[in-house]
Design a protein around this ligand. Structure first.
Ligand code: MRU
Length: 365
């Protein structure tokens, strides 16, 4: 999608210079910087430091991380060490594991001398597939938007989203935003309520930034405002992404998603979760503590922004001795989710719904 009128993806292989490049998302929205990942440790650090973030993009960065590792040393041993390092880089987004599993499965059958070349093709394929999945999510999700617009006889539809599940969280298109971008292309009038998403503000810093760059009308709201707007009839639809959908349909996503789903249920507002299949955790149907990332207290105690001279500054906003708790994700039970918008269609967020998804995905293969 576009930044200042120019098309980008979030991660790409620069064929001319033989480099893996990313947009450094920690610098957005104040500064747009492209950086290079030169080796496996760069890839691990980019994921850990959230230069790349968002479940599908973490998967894409991990696939390229394996390529960078195979470029250095294509041995079985190094493949294992590199895969373990990547797996440990962030705990919640299951796309990371999906990417590592796919890369390992394919590379195990490849002669060591060919692994460098093949792993690049595999990483590119993984990312191209993610892009295609997100595009399909958009066509299915657009139908939901159109239906609500007609049913409610609206001129403009108001959609609320949480965190960043836009193209910056994927390779392109986004999950929650893909239906929005597809609908806008067809002339449907949309306004998006963007949850700020404390403490790292991915909504305000990334979602609003990318929507504005695509010309989509949007308004940043504090995380506590959604319920107020829902009660006043100012939200027609909620769409979020997810970091992990458990096999029973429970959805793990950015902290605060659960409260929005509760408020949506109380106000009869459809609450959809948009995901590619790589976000489904087929091995687990129960949340465990290790699935929820707990992040540094400095995310709460400090704020980053521009000073009067336009320089980025970090300031402390709470006393040094204050105690904090900072879980980055929460779990929304599947029963609060109206449906999962996937690359294969829309499914109930339940064990039965996911079984139907698996059959559809198999048939599409
Ligand atoms: O901590 P982040 O920025 O990686 O969290 C991102 C989210 O929670 C997104 O909503 C989620 O990954 C869905 S991405 C399409």
């Amino acid at each position: 999608m576009r930044i200042a009128g120019k098309n980008y993806k979030t991660i790409w292989f620069n064929e001319k210079n033989n480099l893996v490049q990313i947009i450094d998302q920690t610098k957005l929205p104040h500064s747009f910087e492209i950086i290079t990942l030169s080796n496996i440790d760069d890839a691990v650090k980019a994921i850990k430091d959230m230069k790349v973030r968002g479940a599908p993009l973490i998967g894409g960065a991990a696939a390229y991380g394996i390529y960078l590792a195979m470029k250095e040393n294509p041995s079985d041993e190094y493949l294992k060490i590199s895969s373990d390092k990547l797996i440990d880089s962030r705990p919640t987004a299951v796309n990371l594991k999906s990417a590592i599993d796919i890369m390992n499965r394919e590379l195990q059958n490849i002669n060591i001398k060919d692994r460098h070349e093949v792993s690049l093709k595999l990483a590119q394929k993984f990312c191209a597939e993610d892009e295609a999945y997100c595009k399909n999510i958009g066509t299915f999700g657009k139908d939901i938007i159109e239906r609500i617009l007609v049913e409610k006889n609206l001129d403009t539809i108001n959609i609320l989203t949480h965190c960043n599940a836009g193209w910056l969280a994927t390779i392109d298109w986004g999950t929650a935003t893909s239906p929005i971008y597809h609908a806008i292309k067809e002339g449907i009038k949309i306004h998006v309520w963007v949850d700020e998403t404390r403490p790292r503000n991915q909504g305000a810093s990334l979602t609003s930034y990318e929507l504005s760059n695509e010309g989509v009308p949007n308004t940043i709201i504090s995380d506590n405002t959604g319920g107020y707007l829902m009660q006043r009839g100012q939200v027609d639809l909620c769409i979020t992404g997810a970091d992990r959908v458990l096999n029973n349909g429970d959805v793990i996503n950015k902290i605060g998603t659960y409260l929005k789903a509760l408020a949506a249920r109380d106000n009869d507002i459809p609450f959809y979760v948009a995901i590619p299949g790589t976000t489904i955790d087929q091995d687990n149907n129960k949340i465990t503590n290790t699935m929820i990332e707990h992040r540094s207290s400095s995310e709460l105690t400090h704020m980053k922004g521009l000073d009067d001279k336009g320089q980025i500054q970090k300031i402390r906003i709470y006393p040094e001795e204050c105690k904090t708790l900072n879980p980055a994700f929460d779990m929304t039970p599947g029963e609060y989710v109206t449906g999962l918008i996937t690359e294969c269609g829309i499914f109930e967020s339940s064990e039965i719904g996911l079984r139907e998804y698996y059959s559809a995905a198999e048939a599409n293969r």
